[in-house]
Design a protein. Sequence first.
Length: 210
Amino acid sequence: MLVKQAFNPFCLLFLLTLCFPTYSSSTQSILVFGDSVSAGYGMTPAESWPSLLATDFSRLTPPLAVINASVSGETTSGGRARLIKALEVHKPDLVILELGGNDGLRGYPIAQIEANLRAMIETSQGLNIPVILVGIVLPPNYGRRYTSAFVEIFASLAESQNLAGFLPHPLSGLETDPSLIQADGIHPTAAAQPLIKNQIKPLILRWLNQ
C-alpha cells in the first residue's frame, strides 16, 4: 500500500540551498587613494583608470564600487593626514595606495616617504582593510643613488607588510611611447589609462577570490 506524504515546501528550500551556493548581496567598495596618476590629471574624470575600473566592476554581481579619493599634487604627508577621515567616510573593503611620486620629484627624504607610506598601510590594516600598494619610478635625472633608494621604498614595504597586492611601476614600458605620456614627461595620457587599469585589475580580482 502506497502512502502519500504531504508536500513540504521548506524541505525543497533546504535541498536547493545544498545544491546552489549563496553569495553575499552586499556591495563591496575599493578606495583609490593616490595623486595625479590616479586622479586623472590632464583628462576628464571618466577617462581615468579608476573610472575604467569602476565601469568594469559595475558589471559584477554584486557590483564592486570604486571610490576615487585621489588628489593631484598629493604627498605622502598630505595623504597620511587625510587618510583616517577618508576611511571613516567611505568605509572601504580595500585600499589602493598610490602615493610617493610627488615626494620623490621634490627630493624629500627617503626615510620620511617610507615612514608615511608604512603608517598609511598600517592604519588601513589596523581597521582590517587590506592594501594594494602601487609604486612609481622617478626620472633618471634625479641621480642613481636617490632613484634607487626611492624604488627600494616600495619593494621593502611589499616585503615587510602583509599586502593584498603590489604593482612596482604602473607606467613601466609607457615612457618610450609619446602617445602614452603627456608633454610634461611625467603624467600618463588618456590613452595609457586602459593599460594601467589592466595591470591593477588582476590584483583586485585576486583579492576578491581569496
